[in-house]
Design a protein around this ligand. Sequence first.
Ligand SMILES: [Zn+2]
Length: 372
Amino acid sequence: MKSFSALYFGPDLPAQGTKITVLPENDGLHLQHCEISGETQEQLVAYDELRVSTGGFDHDQIILMWDKNEKTRSLILADKTTQDFLLEEAPPALAAKLAQCKKHINGTRQRMRAGWLVLALFLLSPFILLGVLVWKSDNVIDWAVSHVLIEDEQKFGDMVFEQYRPTLKLITQGEAPRVIEEIGDKLGLDAPYKFKWHVADNPAVNAFAIPGGHIVVFTGLIKAAQTPEEVTGVLAHEIQHVVQRHSLKAMVHNAGWRATIAMVTGDWTGGMLGGAVTQLGVLKYGRDKETEADMKGLALLKKIRVDPNGMVQFFEKLSKSGNGAPIELLSTHPSSTERMTALREAIKQQEPWHSEPLPYDWNAIKSSLPTR
Ligand SMILES: [Zn+2]
């Protein structure tokens, strides 16, 4: 093997990348690719210009990046043979970076396997799986889920989040993630979970909870809110989907038959998680569980002295606005008159409710978000 093929991405290339031939030479990578006109283009990228990272849905690809004319170009090495070949050919400085990525990739693979093990363990035995499969009854699932240790649930949740992460454009810098985390930490202070708050750049009005405590808030939701109280109400509600294990139960419910097949065939690499993961943002919990999350969420708001009317107003406002960003939150949380009446009633019953305004300038937080 003297050369290898890789997918090449650049500003003037198709979005899905172009397959090219790469020859490692003494002073750099020699790239050969055919332009649309048909003629072969060649370029040499010096080894010390290359930045190395991992990527891909399972984080098992190596990405080489470099800048040319202020524009970023990249090569994706998808398979192990190519990665190993370049590792052998590369000069020491680059080889060290590649080796580190390989280590990371192997670590991810091991975590994935550990995750399957956790899943298999917390489903305890094929008998429970069989029960889940045959009865698909909420009682069976509740019983199985009640035997799951929080620690195992968190490991499972971390793995689910890692699967989901590449599909999210996470925002880690700035006011929005800081404030969401600050509010979230206050709400989750006494919960048995250590919550991990994420803000993702997505115009949909949505927030959702992953078993074990990852909670994802879309920028669309932050932008649709007018006050921090409105968002805090949604966060208090989402926390309860974790604490009451609604999201874990829903995932087990959806995964039941897939898990059973995996158990029978011994193939844990199948699309089970993939299927579960794609449903995360639009997982429906059912009316009882939504009511439970509403009521227990209210109690949380009271505990940290936040005005609960923000929550009600927010859902009512969303159900009235019919255009603009997709309101995914409403597809999973219909703001029926019934639900709003129940919320208002519960607020009334808990009076007097001493609330203190949250000290955030919501417009400033919104304008700190990326515009599109
Ligand atoms: Zn909900």
